[in-house]
Each structure stands twice: as C-alpha cells, then as structure tokens.
Design a protein around this ligand. Structure first.
Ligand code: ASP
Length: 375
C-alpha cells in the first residue's frame, strides 16, 4: 500500500508539472532541436560516474489526461528535467546531467536529428569528464537510431538507448524503471567497448541485433537472431555476450563532416506487387539506394524486380532484406552477379541505415556487398 501511494504521488507530481505548461508551450517545444547544455547538474560526487542523458522524445516523454490510457497519447511532450526528477534514485548511481536534443514522436525521426545526436555524443564522450551517455527515445524507430549510433559513435564509453511503452502519465508507467536501468547500465564498468545498447524491460540488447517485436506490450524488444545481450536485476548488470561485428571505434564510418546522408528508401514485396511505380518515383526524387523487404528469404516479385534491374543499370543500389524478422538473406549467384546485395541478418530498416552509411564511402555494389558482409 505504501508503495502504491508513493507511485501515485509520483504520477500526480508529473501531471501537476505538465499542467503548468500551456499547450502552446508544449507545441513550440516539439519538433525543434534545442540544446540546453548543463541543464541539470546535482551535487557532483568524485566517486560516481558522470552520465549525460540526451532526450529526444517518445512515449517515455508522452502524456495524456487519463492514467488508464496507454494509446492515443501525445509522444514527446515532457522535458528532460521532468524525466530526471521522476527517478531521483538515479542520482545514487551517477552524477546526472540532462540535455534536450529533440522532443518528437520517434516515428518522425530524421537523418538530420541522427547527425546532430551522433556529433553531440562524440563531443561529449571525447571529454574525459563524461563516462557515458543515455538517450531517451521513442520505441518505434529506436532500433534504427541505435544501429546508426553503433556504427558512427567514436568511443568505447557506454551509450544506452531507453524508452517506454506506456506514457509517463499511465498507471504502471514503465519509463522510470527503464531509465533507472539505462543509467545503471551506462554507469557500469563492464559496459565499456560493447557498442550501443538498448535497455528495455530489464533486458539488455545490442543495437546490432535488437528489434521492436510488439506494438503495445512493455516486453516489446527482442534480438531474434541472437537473443538478449544481458539482463539488469535491481540495478545490477549481467552480460551474456558481446557483439562480434565491428562497431564504434572499429567502424570506418565517420559522420563528423557530414551535413546530410544519401537518400535510401524501403519498398515491400507482396502478391501482385505494384511497387515498380514507387521505385521509379523514388529514383526520380533522388533515392540512391532501395532496400526491398522481400518475401521469405528476400524474394522480390518479378514485377518489381524487372523495374529495379532497369534502375540498377543507371546506378541504383538495391539490397534484398526480408519481411520476416528472423533469419538470413543472401542474394543468389545470378542476382549477386547482377548487383543485388543480401542484407544478411539485417531487417529492412537496419539495412537502410547501413546502406546510407555505405553510400557515403562507395557506390560500387561489390564493395557495398563486402560492407554488408563485414558489419
Ligand atoms: N510513437 C512512440 C515513439 O516512437 C512510441 C513509443 O515511444 O513507444 O515515439
């Protein structure tokens, strides 16, 4: 009963804090990149690691006027200071500093925010006074942002993405516990050199393998091909394995001088596929690469494949991935000879991230195939 009253008071405090903002203030806070450097520094202790929390929005920062509602809320409303204040226990784990990078529904994530985030993380982690970074993020595209950062962050220090499936106003909101776990993971000495990680529902997942696998349940993230990377129990971290593909400091991708990324889009393959029209329109709009979410082990309907082949002759790069969230996709010998590239175990949205970065280095399908084999 005591704990229920405490939890209820935290929810009430959050609602009270948020109702202090007018809806106009909330709107203007959204969809703009704001940096409030050093917005939160609390009694710095020499004994504790220094962790920076970068907030980007999502359901963890979502709000609705009913504690029983877990749908229909607005994501990306609550600011980083409110998120930090809702979990005072994180100050026992680390010295915490918060910074607002964006406040969006992650369905609206952009390449520009990714570049801003990556550059800010690289600046922060180059500072010997910073020991790790936690990123609060919507769950919808978390796996894409995590994989992008896994390939472009240039540090062995821990980087952890965290979100929530229930808005901050809900009964049993999962955000506070997830945030506590994320800080515990980023503050843990064993987290060094393991690449970017996702901390959701007590599970630790590698950015390389993690995928969102449920639309609503709090246990929404899994790594279908590899299993969880570890587990967090009451702030204690247990690792099962470390990712074996190159990442962070071993990755050759460098976004420090980039203001934009090559355009890559995703098309789906299905019975009576009409995507050939979309493929042509995308290329006319500037798309340099297409990832096909193929059926089965990456099959592409012949209507779409014939159109893609014509576009490939003019320089379009095509990666075959799969609608199935488990297994491997390899291009067969004939397709491979033509230039098709198998995504291996990368799902379409992650293959898109790798293809964009590959295209910053080369347009040659053979070299890009090597990159897919390596990363
Ligand atoms: N639509 C939300 C987002 O991705 C969902 C969430 O965070 O769970 O921002």
């Amino acid at each position: 009963m005591k704990y229920f009253i405490q939890a209820f008071m935290v929810v009430c405090a959050l609602i009270g804090l948020m109702s202090g903002c007018s809806s106009d203030e909330k709107k203007s806070e959204k969809r703009e990149i704001v940096q409030t450097k050093n917005s939160k520094t609390q009694n710095k202790s020499q004994d504790k690691p220094n962790i920076v929390i970068l907030a980007t929005g999502g359901t963890i920062a979502g709000s609705i006027d009913s504690a029983i509602k877990t749908t229909g809320y607005e994501a990306g409303v609550v600011g980083v200071d409110v998120l930090i204040n809702a979990v005072p226990q994180i100050h026992n784990l680390a010295n915490i500093q918060g910074e607002q990078i964006a406040n969006i529904d992650s369905a609206d994530m952009t390449n520009e925010i990714w570049l801003t985030l990556a550059k800010r993380i690289n600046d922060l982690l180059a500072d010997s006074a910073v020991d790790g970074v936690v990123i609060t993020h919507g769950t919808d595209t978390m796996e894409e942002s995590a994989f992008f950062l896994h390939l472009v962050v240039k540090s062995d220090k821990p980087v952890v993405l965290v979100g929530a499936m229930r808005p901050s106003t809900a009964i049993s909101a999962d955000g506070p516990k997830n945030l506590y776990n994320a800080v515990a993971l980023a503050a843990n000495a064993d987290s060094q050199g393991k690449g970017v990680m996702v901390a959701m529902n007590d599970r630790i997942q590698s950015a390389r393998y993690v995928s969102k696998t449920h639309t609503l349940n709090v246990d929404a993230f899994a790594s279908p091909n590899s299993g969880d990377m570890g587990y967090i129990v009451d702030g204690k971290v247990f690792f099962h394995y470390a990712p074996n593909k190159p990442h962070t400091t071993q990755s050759t991708f460098d976004v420090s001088a980039l203001e934009s990324l090559p355009r890559v889009d995703i098309l789906y393959s299905y019975a009576n596929d009409g995507s050939s029209v979309a493929a042509q329109a995308l290329v006319q709009a500037g798309t340099k690469g297409i990832v096909v979410a193929g059926s089965g082990a990456g099959s592409i309907h012949k209507y779409q494949k014939d159109a893609l082949k014509k576009l490939m002759k003019n320089g379009l790069v095509v990666v075959q991935s799969s609608r199935i969230n488990n297994g491997i996709v390899l291009a067969n010998d004939t397709d491979s000879e033509f230039g098709f590239i198998g995504s291996r175990d990368l799902n379409p949205q992650k293959a898109r991230v790798l293809l964009m970065l590959a295209l910053t280095q080369t347009n040659d399908p053979r070299e890009i195939n090597e990159i897919f084999a390596r990363y």
